[in-house]
Design a protein around this ligand. Sequence first.
Ligand code: DX5
Ligand code: ZN
Length: 225
Amino acid sequence: MNRPLLIAPSILAANFAKLGQEVTDVVEAGADWVHLDVMDGHFVPNISFGPAVIKALRPLTKAVFDCHLMIAPADPYLAAFADAGCDYITVHAEAGPHLHRSLQSIRALGKKAGVSLNPATPVSALEHVIDDVDLILIMSVNPGFGGQSFIPEAANKIAQAKALIGNRDIALEVDGGITVETAPIVTRAGANVLVAGSAVYKGDGVDAYRKTVSGLRAAAEGGRA
Ligand code: DX5
Ligand code: ZN
């Protein structure tokens, strides 16, 4: 299945002093999804924002809200993120002992269920929950910060995840260090949703973001050709 190529800017790299404008600008510039990086200062060594901020952004756009929870535990907060208007809610496989329960809870809330793997976690961690996921997120950096360098081994993991997915209707997303240089590597390996923070939020405003988003899309399409 040749799934659509989607560009998902991470607002972690946006100007938080005008976050609403940064979201509408990047969508107007051609972004497909809005990637929301939630960090708790416990699962990852950084703190970002939570459901109240996402809820405030929700009325500004119809774009898919792709929420990446870097929090542990995640289960007590899933309903809050669903209520905030997230469309996809992604938990980390490493964030708790009951991944299957987390995924079922997300679907029971009427949302798409995602699971993310840290660089050290093998794709085999997903084998027994593969029919319970709508999205797999392969981390190509250690989560916690934007602006880090792409870890090349992520390409092998993407290829393994693609093989595991087979013909299932599951999005394959990659996050961390995605640039015009690394985008074709990950699409060649099989990723169809590309998260990018610092590579998108360069410059300021719709015109600048149109260039960065379309540049990434063109580079990514090159890997699929
Ligand atoms: C890292 C986050 C990423 C990050 C990507 O923990 O999950 O989404 O914002 O930033 P860049 O694209 O700058 O690597
Ligand atoms: Zn992310």
